[in-house]
Structures are given as C-alpha cells and as structure tokens.
Design a protein around this ligand. Structure first.
Ligand code: PLP
Length: 395
C-alpha cells in the first residue's frame, strides 16, 4: 500500500494555481498590485517617467536607422550571437562603444538585464566572493544569486563597508559590484574610492552605468569614464542601450580578455538570441548623435537639478540628483500610486516606485529629466506634483 503524500500531491488540475490567488490578495491588501498601461504613440502628457534621457528614442536619425536596418537584415537577429545573430551592425556598435568610452573592447547583449547577468556570473563563481552595494539593481542581484559565490551586500555607498567585507572574505577571488547612479534615488556611487578599495584587496570592480552613460562624464561618456576608470585593467562596465541611447539592448565594456571570457562563458550571451539588428542600428545612430551634440548630456543634469531644487523648495522630501533621476518620497505605497495617477490626470506622467522595487521600503514618485525639458515644463511639473500631493508628502 502506498502511503498518502502531502495534501498538494492530490490537487486537481484546476486548483494547482489557487495559491496565486492567495498571493494576489496579499498584494492587494498591501497596495502592491501593478497595472500595465498602454502608451499611445502621441500622448499629450509631459513625460517624466521614461528613461529616454536624451530624447533620442523618437529622433528621426535613430528611428530611421532602426527601420533601414530592419529592412536590410530582417526583423530579428535569427539566432544567438555565436550562430547567426552577429551582423556588421553589432560589430560596428561594439567597436564604437569601446572607442567612445575608452575601453579595449565591448560586447553587445540583448538587454542591460542579460548583460548584467552575464557579466556577474562569468566574472565570479564558486571560488569568488562578491561584495555588492545593498541597493544594486535587480538584474545584478539575480546575477549574484546565480553565481554560486559568497555574497556580502554591504551598506549603501560606504567604501569602508566594502573594505571590511573584502578583508574578511573566505574566497581567493573577489568581485565588487555597484550601480554608478542608483536607479531609485539617482545618487552616484563613490567609484574612485571603491576602485581604491578593490586595488588594496586584489578585487575586480563591476559598475552598472545604466543611468550614468549618456548623462555623466565628458560628452556623456558615463560615470566610469568621469571617474578615470574606463580603460582600467581591473574595471568592467555594463550599460543599457535603452535609456540614453533610446534603443534597446545592453553591453559590457572592459579589457579585451574579459570580453573574450564572456563570449566563451556568459550563458545569457551564448544561450540568448542576439539583439535585433534594428536595435543595434538605432543605438549606433544614437551614439553618433550624442558625439555630434555632446551638450545633450549637460542639458539633462541641468534640468534634473532645476526640477529637484524647485520640488525641495515646495517642501517635498526629494533626492538631490547626481544625474537624471529624482525621487520624491510618498507617505505610503497606496498614496504613491494615487499621487502618480493624479499627476497623470493633470497632464504630467511620473513613475512610482513601491516595495519590492525600493530597497528601503519607502515608496516614491520617480521623476526623470530629459535634455529637451524646458523651464516652462519644469514649472508645470512642480505645480502639478504640488497640487496632487497627498497629506504627509511634505516635511
Ligand atoms: C541600473 C539598471 N541596470 C540595468 C537595467 C536593465 O537594463 P535593460 O532595461 O536594458 O534590461 C536597468 C533598467 O531598467 C537599470 O535601471
């Protein structure tokens, strides 16, 4: 006679997903239900929610390059990068990204997420310790989880905390992982100090420059370049092509031997269909536009500074931006959602971050500046955010 198994083994097929409804109810009670919104091609609202920092996503040079590449190479890459998914557009984009940022080489991935997964896992492993800032992006966290390394997530932007974790590690190799500009509050990591700490302890440094590339540094070369680290033999940078470059995809930049190692071992590179040629061509055209108009980068940080200062003067708890991202604290997840919705009703589209997307549990409006924001746009945004604010939003 067989012994009866646990109750879940006897579930009929129409009940195996019942636990999802229980979880959905818990999220609803906690104000954590998420909704997809369908964006229209032309929207009347002022957009302070997207990441098109340089306003290049709809630039005719960029969108036109994507259209031309799709007609020439087809709608998709047709295979992984190592089989049929590498075109001359991918090769040129890698060459130009490396040249622009001053690294030996670059490797294009299908997204910033897969670039981060590939870089973290390929540069660590069972013989490694990984020391991360505790506020790193989810894609880096997933890479750490897959890495089989010892992980220490340390205090935010505290070089001494990194130092202690490196000094007390039990593994021979070590990788330090940080965002350059943190995606929630828009503050910048102390990259030069972190590089110094890495060098004292024989560690390599991986910086996710998703929010710095195109915005910070000389002509938008990014935070790693601005810190004088982009050509360094022990530093690797990841970027996304989907924010400042207005396209889609991601890339890893660094020493040639790192890129060679990723081609041979990064699973999110090897077992993934290559980036669509249209996206690669769009990113290349956006990079060309940025090189021709380096002032785009400064315009973003000026607009962000102006917006943040005005919101601070209005009494909100605002992060002071180092790049394009600004956050405004909300009293609760529910009030953050209602606040963002009220702003949209009044013609200003803002983002909203709630747990689990906020590491400290504080819900926020998330605003992003763009190179093409005018002073009138900023004034209007501040007026709308103020009028729509829930009780308790100001201090
Ligand atoms: C800091 C950071 N890293 C990585 C990513 C992932 O990039 P992608 O959207 O290209 O996958 C994002 C974007 O959402 C991000 O904010």
């Amino acid at each position: 006679m067989t012994s009866p198994g646990p109750a879940s083994q006897n579930l009929p097929p129409d009940q195996v997903f019942d636990w999802l409804d229980v979880e959905a109810e818990k999220r609803a009670e906690a104000g954590l239900v998420r909704k997809l919104r369908i964006r229209q091609a032309q929207e009347p609202e002022l957009d302070l929610a997207g990441n098109d920092y340089l306003g290049l996503a709809r630039d005719k040079r960029v969108a036109g390059a994507a259209a031309a590449a799709a007609l020439r190479w087809g709608a998709g890459a047709t295979g992984s990068r190592l089989v049929t998914g590498t075109t001359e557009v991918h090769a040129e984009l890698e060459h130009e990204l490396a040249r622009f940022c001053g690294t030996q080489a670059a490797l294009v991935f299908s997204s910033g997420f897969t670039a981060n997964l590939g870089a973290v896992t390929a540069l660590s492993g069972a013989d490694s310790a990984i020391v991360t800032d505790k506020y790193i992006h989810a894609s880096l966290i997933e890479g750490c989880r897959l890495s089989r390394s010892d992980i220490a997530a340390v205090a935010h932007s505290e070089p001494n905390a990194f130092k202690h974790a490196l000094a007390t590690r039990r593994k021979p190799r070590a990788l330090v992982v940080t965002d350059s500009v943190f995606s929630v509050d828009g503050d910048i990591a102390p990259l030069e100090q972190l590089a110094g700490v890495c060098r004292e302890h024989g560690a390599s440094l991986l910086v996710d420059d998703a929010h710095g590339f195109g915005v910070l540094g000389e002509g938008g070369r990014g935070a790693v370049h601005a810190a004088g680290l982009s050509g360094a033999p022990d530093v690797v940078t990841t970027i996304t092509l989907s924010k400042s470059l207005g396209a889609q995809g991601g890339a890893v930049l660094g020493p040639r031997r790192v890129i060679r190692h990723l081609v041979d071992t990064a699973r999110s590179f090897i077992f993934d269909t290559g980036l669509a040629p249209a996206s690669a061509a769009a990113a290349l055209a956006a990079l060309t536009a940025l090189k021709a108009e380096p002032e785009l980068a400064t315009k973003v940080t000026e607009a962000a500074g102006n917006l943040a200062m005005q919101l601070k003067s209005a009494g909100f708890r605002v992060s002071l931006p180092d790049a394009a991202v600004i956050s405004v604290q909300a009293p609760s997840p529910e009030s953050a959602v209602a606040w963002a919705a009220a702003c949209a009703d009044q013609g200003v589209r803002v983002g909203c971050f709630r747990p689990p997307s906020v590491p400290d549990g504080i819900s926020r409006l998330r605003l992003t500046a763009r190179a093409d924001l005018t002073e009138a746009d900023v004034d209007r945004a501040v007026a709308v955010i103020t009028a729509a604010a829930p009780p308790g939003a100001t201090s």
